[in-house]
Design a protein around this ligand. Structure first.
Ligand code: F6R
Length: 621
């Protein structure tokens, strides 16, 4: 939800800002803008559309300056046009601001400011925040407190005390080419520390090319970043903080396309490696014991737990559903899966004997964070399964496990999903050992099956060309139905989500047996139906469901286990997955569905990495 980037130092700011915006474009891509300080004046360029449209708009105009701010937007308040794009300036043009997040009380603040004579050009909440800071600067300061506390630094802190909502902001000031200010609450912000230079961005991707020293600003903190000085951090209530500089582990290659046409394809093909990374160091090769450092201290509570509640959104919610099947089946603990957005408002019943697991790729999803807060208040043990290190959910939970899938840049989640399912499998297996619910022999078989997954995915990826051929046949369909049972039911949901979000084809996932309770009415000879019919998972039952579809003329694409003969006779197209235990099947059955969506979207001319209306990190409600 909006990407922000800023630079101050001795290099030319513009190329750094543009490259940074391109790396952050997955966060929002409906308009973009840049603000530079040149000859002591703020120069602003803004444009509706993508970063490439902004570049075209700038053309050969003046882009000099070694300090600047830049923004790529995912519209919340007001349409994505030039006026609503960031940066937003103060009434007198002295200050300029970029913002990611939502100011919930912007309407009342706007009214107060309008009564004081402020005029607004845009529909945005961000412009209101800029004017509020300006108003405090002009009217509410009683001098400066010390050398580190110049007037704007102080005005920002005071203004932010009046804000309800989420923000990551950066503010520059005309005439000050050495320094800017950054603040955050609820929206991510990373500061890169170089030699006499600072970088600030919504995530580390615009920074890693220049420095691996970073500071993760905490909620309610404001930083003054002067290229000639050390960082100064204060809370919005004026308490000085010691900056904690960390070393980034991410590499530049991990955020580039590496020869693939799209990030999504690269990320699908990375899955054999990302799953190895997720498991790395977590299974003792000699004893098969699972070691999860982030939950170790909580194992006695897990052992005694009455219930596990998993909260998540979107694809992470689908992973959670697989987690439910896994944990209930293997560890015999009652699991409930909740949409975070519903859970947070439903007055949930929670006790301190519950365990709440939040799953989130970004670790920043607003609904998941808010649901987590409620869980924390109830005294339940909170654990996180996140991909982004240092993200808000990882900081708000008592423990948890990183998925270590590496940066996921394609907006449609692929490798993060399989990494989440891998962690959930590790959780289920570990819990099963704590609770002694799975025989050792069976446990060892399951570990063997899990560690064989990367090799089996390699085999599946080799089917890419065949899947592309199937995609060609169905690329013009208007609707798709995805059916699965048991462990493969959430995979049907995820397959349908992948297709709809990147190809804009309407697709629904259903438990196969539910079909005759309604969706069967949709089936005719125009309707492609993807059925996941792998061996052992209610196989005979799903074969009957397939017969029902066939009898109504539906076109069948079946995901079957290698060696299958029965479904092959009925289905129009079959994609074979290697033999595996049913508990492991989702990690394999999802791969062809990801590839099918990718090829269909591509053939329809869609932007697979940045589908319309979507953004990678949903930091608004
Ligand atoms: C779909 C997708 C979204 C996310 C959802 C939650 O491909 O990516 O549905 O899964 O927005 O995001 P995280 O996992 O970051 O909390």
């Amino acid at each position: 939800m909006c990407g922000i980037v800023a630079y101050v130092g001795n290099r030319r700011a513009f190329p750094i800002l543009i490259k940074g915006l391109q790396r952050l474009e997955y966060r929002g891509y409906d308009s973009a803008g840049v603000g530079l300080i040149n000859n002591n004046k703020i120069i602003t360029y803004k444009q509706a559309g993508k970063v490439s449209d902004l570049l075209e708009h700038v053309g050969d105009r003046d882009i000099s300056g070694s300090i600047g701010i830049a923004h790529t937007r995912w519209a919340t308040h007001g349409p994505p046009n030039q006026i609503n794009s960031h940066p937003h300036s103060s009434s007198d043009g002295r200050f300029s601001l970029i913002h990611n997040g939502i100011i919930e009380n912007y309407a009342s603040l706007k009214k107060v400011l309008e009564n004081k004579g402020h005029h607004f050009k845009s529909d945005t909440d961000s412009e209101v925040l800029m004017h509020l800071i300006e108003d405090v600067y002009n009217n509410s300061l009683n001098g400066v407190e010390d050398k580190e506390d110049n007037r704007l630094f102080k005005a920002i802190r005071i203004a932010l005390n009046e804000i309800i909502g989420a923000y990551a902001i950066i503010v520059i000031e005309e005439g000050n080419k050495d320094e800017f200010y950054a603040a955050r609450k609820g929206s991510p912000l990373v500061i890169g520390v170089g030699n006499n230079e600072y970088f600030v961005a919504s995530d580390a991707s615009p920074i890693i090319e220049y420095t691996n020293k970073v500071i993760y600003l905490k909620d309610g903190e404001v930083a003054s970043l002067n290229k000639n000085k050390d960082v100064v951090i204060k809370t919005i209530d004026n308490k000085k903080q010691s900056p904690y500089i960390e070393e980034l582990e991410q590499s530049l290659e991990s955020i580039e396309k590496g020869g693939f046409d799209h990030f999504m394809l690269k990320e699908i093909f990375e899955q054999p490696k990302s799953i190895v990374d997720t498991m790395r160091g977590r299974i003792n090769p000699k004893t098969n014991e699972i070691i999860l450092g982030g939950i170790k201290d909580h194992e006695s509570r897990i052992l005694a737990a009455d219930r596990i509640i998993i909260i998540a959104c979107g694809t992470s919610w689908h992973a959670a559903l697989i987690g439910e099947y896994l944990i209930e089946d293997l560890a015999r603990i009652n699991v409930e899966v909740e949409y975070a957005s519903e859970f947070r408002y439903k007055n949930p019943i929670l006790t301190n004997n519950d365990i709440v697991i939040a799953i989130s790729q970004s670790g920043e999803t607003a609904d998941t964070l808010a649901a987590l807060e409620i869980a924390k208040e109830s005294g339940a043990l909170t654990l996180g399964i996140c991909n982004v290190a240092g993200s808000s959910i990882t900081r708000e939970t008592s423990g948890g496990t990183y998925t270590h899938a590496g940066p996921e840049i394609g907006v449609a989640s692929t490798k993060a999903f399989t990494a989440q399912v891998t962690v959930l499998t590790l959780f289920a297996l570990r819990f099963s050992q704590l609770r002694k619910t799975v025989e050792r022999e069976n446990y060892n078989f399951l570990i063997k099956e899990l560690t064989a997954v990367p090799g089996k995915i390699e085999k599946l990826l080799a089917l890419n060309d065949n899947i592309e051929k199937i995609a060609k046949v169905f690329k013009d369909a208007s609707n798709f139905l995805y059916l699965g049972r048991g462990f493969n039911f959430p995979v049907a949901l995820e397959g349908a989500l992948k297709l709809k979000e990147i190809s804009y084809i309407h697709a629904e996932g259903y438990p196969a047996a539910e079909m005759k309770h309604g969706p069967i009415a949709l089936i005719d000879d125009e309707m492609p139906i993807v059925v996941i019919a792998t061996r052992k998972e209610n196989y005979e039952k799903i074969v009957s469901n397939i017969q029902e579809v066939k009898a109504r003329g539906g076109k069948l694409i079946a995901i079957v286990t290698e060696g299958d003969t029965e479904v092959k006779e009925i289905a129009d197209y079959c994609i074979e997955i290697p033999k595996c235990f049913r508990e492991i099947a989702p990690l394999l059955t999802i791969i062809p569905l990801q590839l099918l969506s990718y090829h269909i979207a591509l053939m329809r001319g869609c932007n697979v990495d940045q589908p319309r209306n979507l953004a990678k990190s949903v930091t608004v409600e």
